[in-house]
Design a protein around this ligand. Structure first.
Ligand SMILES: C=CC1=C(C)c2cc3[nH]c(cc4nc(cc5[nH]c(cc1n2)c(C)c5CCC(=O)O)C(CCC(=O)O)=C4C)c(C)c3C=C
Ligand SMILES: [Fe+2]
Ligand SMILES: [Fe+2]
Length: 360
């Protein structure tokens, strides 16, 4: 990491001052191996936004038990979804940034668009340094979490503030907190589901499965569950679904504490036992497919539903590189970029477009 207040972070004087978008996602291990997962989880689970247990209590548990036992189990799961080119989450996130760049550029705004990971690589700090080195004077932080939660969105912002705290020449910064009710996002989800139904016959019971959070976070004022419910309501309304045609549930519980309910696994099992033949599962809170959707839902939940007597299990993939979704992200970005010039030449001979083209 660059040492704190080094002048190297200053953009060259004759370069255009640009605006930039930094897409931020959770992060993923470097490989599907226990040591790689251990490194990743050590960073993830040391975040006070993620585990809100007093450090004196939590750190001995984390290093004494969790990081000894959990990584091997988790690595085996990653192994089931890992691709030749790497972790699905890393591949999709990089692709989303490239596509968003093309879309915003196509709208005649020579913007810089990069992606960063809250845990693992490329880190938020390293990408903010890189953007400044490329002349970004204004940076929009756009988390890939439609619903705000302290454990995800606020944690991304913490990493930006930490970087800002040791940076001398700060860019202007803006932050997107949420877009859970954005019409473009809702419409992209709805079209994805409708396309699935068009190809795979009449819909089953639709299960909208979102990542959970600890129940305690809700009590302490986290708006996440409220925003999830609003996304689900808008999506059902857009699809014209009656209340008895869909369910909302929460997956990926971690640890022994109570998380927000209903949990996805028992919900799907109960549907099967109640005689529901077919379930269609969609994960609207995940901006792209990852371990939690490909393994926990498409592999584990599928097996559990069929084992409980269900007959047909359909997993509807996440938005990933869907054109309508990238367009929605573009709208969210543009709404927050309003008023910022895309590129202002600050030197006498600076040519923003030429400089931009040369650096792509
Ligand atoms: C989509 C929003 C997410 C919320 C909210 C969230 C909260 C949260 N997660 C954990 C613990 C773990 N999550 C893990 C994986 C994971 N989580 C999200 C997203 C949210 N998490 C994603 C996209 C992923 C997948 C990462 C990938 O590499 O594909 C994991 C690690 C994986 C595993 O071993 O199961 C843990 C651990 C907590 C504690 C929490 C809220 C407090
Ligand atoms: Fe998670
Ligand atoms: Fe999981």
């Amino acid at each position: 990491m660059r040492s704190s207040l080094a002048p190297a972070s200053l953009p060259p004087h004759d370069q255009a001052e640009r605006s930039a978008v930094l897409l931020c996602n959770l992060g993923t291990p470097d490989g599907p191996t226990a040591p790689a997962v251990r490194r990743y989880l050590a960073q993830f689970l040391s975040d006070r936004r993620v585990v809100e247990i007093p450090r004196l209590v939590w750190l001995p548990i984390l290093h004494g038990i969790v990081l000894r036992v959990y990584p091997a189990r988790s690595a085996a799961k990653y192994g089931r979804v890992w691709t030749a080119a790497g972790s699905p989450l890393a591949l999709w996130t990089a692709r989303q940034a490239a596509l968003l760049h093309d879309r915003l550029d196509a709208a005649a705004q020579p913007l810089l668009v990069r992606h960063a990971m809250r845990y693992g690589k490329p880190s938020i700090a390293s990408q903010l340094d890189a953007l400044q080195a490329e002349g970004a004077a204004r940076i929009l932080i756009l988390p890939l979490y439609p619903q705000y939660s302290a454990c995800t969105t606020a944690s991304v912002f913490d990493a930006v503030y930490r970087w800002a705290g040791r940076t001398r020449n700060l860019p202007e910064l803006r932050f997107v907190n949420r877009y859970h009710d954005h019409p473009g996002y809702i419409d992209a989800l709805a079209r994805r589901i409708e396309t699935h139904w068009a190809h795979h016959g009449p819909p089953g019971q639709l299960l909208m499965s979102f990542h959970g959070i600890p129940e305690r976070s809700l009590r302490l004022g986290d708006p996440y569950q409220r925003e999830v419910r609003e996304t689900a309501r808008l999506l059902a309304e857009r699809l014209g679904l009656r209340a008895d045609r869909y369910r909302v549930s929460f997956q990926s519980r971690f640890g022994k504490a109570r998380w927000i309910e209903p949990y996805t696994l028992p919900t799907a099992q109960a549907l099967a036992r109640a005689g529901v033949r077919r379930v269609d599962v969609v994960c609207p809170g995940f901006s792209c497919d990852c371990l939690e959707t490909l393994e926990e839902i498409d592999i584990e939940l599928r097996a559990a539903f069929l084992h409980a007597g269900g007959k047909e299990f359909h997993y509807i993939p996440c938005l990933n590189d869907d054109g309508a979704w990238i367009a929605a992200l573009g709208q969210v970005a543009q709404q927050h970029l309003a008023g910022w010039p895309a590129a202002v030449p600050s030197g006498p001979s600076a040519d923003a477009r030429a400089g931009h083209a040369a650096q792509r």
